[in-house]
Design a binder for this molecule. Structure first.
Ligand code: ZN
Ligand code: MN
Length: 492
């Protein structure tokens, strides 16, 4: 084993459910959890004589994702039938796109270690319809629910450019953020809005020669955890298989495996069918699509700043650390709320970030909502940040003021400063009063005073301790800036 090295190679297929009102080729509504087979019509039931009509919105959404992923959008794209004989798609074929996908040749940049970005190629992205669901409700009975049949899916295929389970997960998470930013999918994993199928193999170097292990495709993963874990497992399994059997990649020995979530293993499903097994051919019921330049321009104009670019800009322009910038840009509405706050004068971006990500998000979590759903406005955050910064209020007091405002149920009409005054929460800045307390603290703690004056190692800690004594006496309502200045003057 010692003279053996290996490199992991992963490409990813992702199915993203588009957030349209109706299905891809019929007017049936998309509704999760509706009564089985209640959202169906002759088209999605596959009844003879019914004719599909393309959902314009789905095409626009797909093209928008294509643009966001730096793809070429095809001037001419068509629809193909993919033979598919399962009960969950009764017309026995799936309408998909074969040789002329809507988008191709793009890339996505993902963050890797030490702040660098890695480019992962996007082979293609095409539209297709989802199948229904087989419900195995009792031991020997299978029922079919066709509510999902005909749901628009965007299938995105990456180049095999990823080299670790972590990179794959990073890409998947970023893609989830992108489609949410663009508003084209809710990307709710629990509802199966994103399904992953990684293609995994290894390049093993042994005694100076290189060997490629057979590719396996892991089917239908619907959580980031399963995605990462299954690739992890597959790497170990393939390495072990290579050592035991020496099996290498040949044409036709690609296989598909399923993920067993309970035992955390992959399980062989079948040797892969080739494309010709699907008997693709152009769908005679659907006209090909042509994008005019004007249409493409219109789609491009819907593009927004993407999460990764936003995050990097926050780090650069607002001097935030990577973690905070990531938290703020996780969803578009939070990011936009934060940007609104910064349009107010004299707001320190770092202070606003701290208040938002620590105090406000804690409040939102308690209420099981997002920060922008607390009823608070960007002005609240601007006022709070500014007042904390100039020392008019302590963070602790500010938190209590904001909580009061949220609990009032009428946040919109409550001014931060007014509530702070009404609650008597403004910091005590009366120097005379504070000086007395400072003197008291110095008198009662001669050791700390000596430590500060010695200027040694303990000096900083002792100063903090004295500060704490004064703050405690005022129950946190003293203006920390004033106290700190008083201490500095008296301990010179
Ligand atoms: Zn229908
Ligand atoms: Mn597919």
């Amino acid at each position: 084993m010692t003279d053996m090295q290996y490199k992991v190679i992963v490409g990813l297929e992702i199915h993203v459910q588009l957030n349209t009102q109706s299905k891809l080729f019929c007017p049936c509504r998309l509704e999760f959890g509706a009564e089985p087979n209640s959202r169906t019509c002759p088209v999605c039931l596959g009844l003879p004589g019914s004719l599909p009509v393309i959902n314009k919105k789905a095409v626009e959404y797909a093209a928008l994702v294509g643009v966001a992923l730096n793809c070429q959008i095809a001037q001419f794209t068509k629809w193909d039938r993919k033979s598919y004989y399962y009960p969950d798609l009764p017309k026995n074929y799936q309408i998909s796109q074969y040789d002329l996908p809507l988008a191709s040749g793009g890339f996505i940049e993902i963050p890797i270690s030490n702040g660098k970005l890695k480019k992962v190629g996007i082979t293609r992205a095409h539209l297709e319809e989802d199948a229904g669901k087989n419900l195995h409700s009792s031991a020997n009975l299978t029922q079919v629910d066709l509510n999902r049949a005909g749901t628009p899916l965007l299938e995105i295929v990456t180049d095999p450019d990823m080299n670790s389970p972590q990179e794959v997960k990073t890409l998947a998470v970023e893609l989830q953020q992108i489609v949410r930013y663009l508003g084209v999918s809710k990307a709710d994993m629990q509802k199966g809005h994103m399904r992953f199928e990684p293609n995994v193999n290894l390049i093993v170097t042994k005694a100076g020669s290189q060997y490629k292990t057979p590719i396996t495709e892991i089917k239908n993963l619907n959580s980031f955890r399963a995605l990462e874990k299954s690739i992890d497992y597959e790497i170990k399994r393939q390495l072990d298989d290579f050592v035991r059997t020496g099996r290498v990649m040949k044409s036709g020995n690609k296989s598909t495996r399923g993920w067993d979530d309970v035992n955390e293993t992959t399980v062989l499903q079948r040797e892969k069918e080739e494309a010709h097994d699907y008997r693709y051919f152009p769908d005679p019921d659907l006209v090909p699509l042509r994008f005019t330049n004007a249409k493409l321009d219109e789609i491009r104009s819907c593009l927004c700043e993407l999460p990764m670019a936003k995050k990097l800009r926050y780090i650069r322009e607002y001097n935030l650390n990577e973690y905070d910038a990531g938290v703020l840009t996780t969803d578009r509405k939070t990011a936009e709320f934060y940007e609104q706050v910064l349009t107010y004068p004299k707001v320190d971006p770092k202070r606003a970030c701290t208040v938002l990500t620590q105090e406000w998000m804690k409040l939102a979590n308690k209420r099981r909502c997002r920060v922008y759903e607390l009823g608070l406005t960007p002005k609240h955050l601007a006022d709070e940040s500014r007042m904390i910064d100039v020392g008019d209020i302590t963070s602790t007091a500010a938190e209590s003021v904001i909580t009061t405002i949220v609990e009032s149920g009428d946040a919109e009409n409550k001014l931060f400063e007014k509530v702070a005054i009404d609650k008597n929460m403004l910091s005590k800045s009366d120097e005379g009063e504070l000086e007395k307390l400072v003197d008291e603290a110095l008198e009662n703690n001669p050791q700390a005073v000596a430590d500060v004056k010695s200027g040694g190692k303990k000096s900083k800690k002792a100063r903090g301790f004295l500060m704490g004594q004064v703050m405690q006496k005022t129950k946190g309502s003293a203006n920390p800036k004033v106290v700190s200045e008083l201490l500095a003057r008296k301990l010179r």
